[in-house]
Design a protein around this ligand. Structure first.
Ligand SMILES: [Zn+2]
Length: 312
């Protein structure tokens, strides 16, 4: 029988899924290439209201169809009911009216119903985004653009690196060939195997430079695109940078993020790093959206409030 872990590995290593992940990252990166003002507005919105309240669910996220079986219909109804219950719980626990508006804005945004700026009264919107706007104002626009691009592609590059590390750990004769067999192209495979990468961010910057995915805003004297990208990233998200995102588990500024088994991410502070995540499901940390996170060593697990705790 296939264990859930094997199934997860098979899913993430399937060439079709990798292509899909690449296309998703690329589409999100393309969406960034708008005018300066539009991009600034978008950044404020994404940073202030980007917290996902519910985990992505292929069944719930697809529209009901006449071809659905009775079981699918029932599952869908239960899932929708659970979402409603979770939303009530989150709103009931929110300390202030602004917190309720914030949760509803995140919820409507995630469901693709309304963008926060389209329905929140201007004064409320200004209040809910004031911290984010202040922190954004102190960093150059190009740095934002590069850092945002890196974050858009990070899930794909991180998975590529993870696959390369897994092959190296298995001591296969030619990891580069194995990556090609998995469906990666030559640039991906060569770069991932070129050295023992320790930083996902450094790798993503080199990868973006090698693929020519990020174009410099104007011709630069410095031809080292990867270094330009990495400098921008550390000015926006690095240790001495003004913090744009707060930790998902407390109100401290986030220093990085980790990914769950299905690539859902959580931002975290120094005290809430992946290494410090509890090993047992029963000791899991609960983030601000009510999701429980724990670390069964190889792949970080999480549950949304609606899901029963998993035994792994
Ligand atoms: Zn924290």
């Amino acid at each position: 029988m296939t264990s859930p872990k094997d199934q997860h590995n098979a899913d993430t290593q399937h060439p079709h899924n990798m292509q899909l992940l690449y296309k998703t990252c690329r589409r999100k990166a393309k969406e960034l290439q708008t005018t300066v003002e539009a991009l600034k507005k978008k950044l404020v919105r994404e940073l202030a209201f980007g917290m996902p309240l519910f985990r992505a669910d292929p069944l719930l996220d697809s529209p009901p169809s006449a071809a659905d079986s009775r079981e699918t219909g029932i599952e869908r109804a239960i899932g929708q009911g659970a979402k409603y219950r979770d939303l009530l719980e989150l709103c009931a626990a929110a300390p202030t009216g602004d917190d309720v508006l914030f949760l509803v804005a995140c919820w409507l945004k995630q469901e693709g119903i309304r963008q926060p700026e389209d329905w929140l009264p201007a004064k409320v919107y200004a209040r809910l985004t004031s911290g984010t706007r202040k922190r954004l104002a102190s960093i150059s626009f190009n740095d934002h653009r590069y850092a945002a691009q890196i974050r858009r592609y990070l899930p794909y590059a991180a998975l590529l690196l993870q696959n390369a590390r897994r092959l190296r750990a298995k001591k296969v004769a030619d990891p580069e060939q194995e990556l090609l067999k998995l469906g990666y192209d030559r640039t991906d495979a060569e770069l991932a195997c070129s050295k023992n990468w320790t930083s996902e961010i450094a790798f993503t910057c080199e990868w973006l430079a090698a693929r020519g995915e990020v174009k410099a805003a104007k011709a630069r004297k410095d031809p080292d695109t990867a270094r330009t990208l990495q400098n921008a990233y550390s000015r926006v998200f690095g240790k001495s940078a003004p913090r744009l995102i707060s930790c998902a588990f407390c109100s401290k500024p986030a220093v990085s993020e980790f990914y769950g088994h299905d690539r859902t991410s959580a931002s975290h502070c120094e005290d809430h790093s992946a290494e410090k995540l509890p090993r047992k499901s029963g000791d899991a940390w609960v983030d601000r959206a009510g999701r429980r996170w724990w670390n069964p060593d190889k792949g970080i697990r999480y549950d949304s409030p609606a899901a029963p705790p998993s035994s792994t």
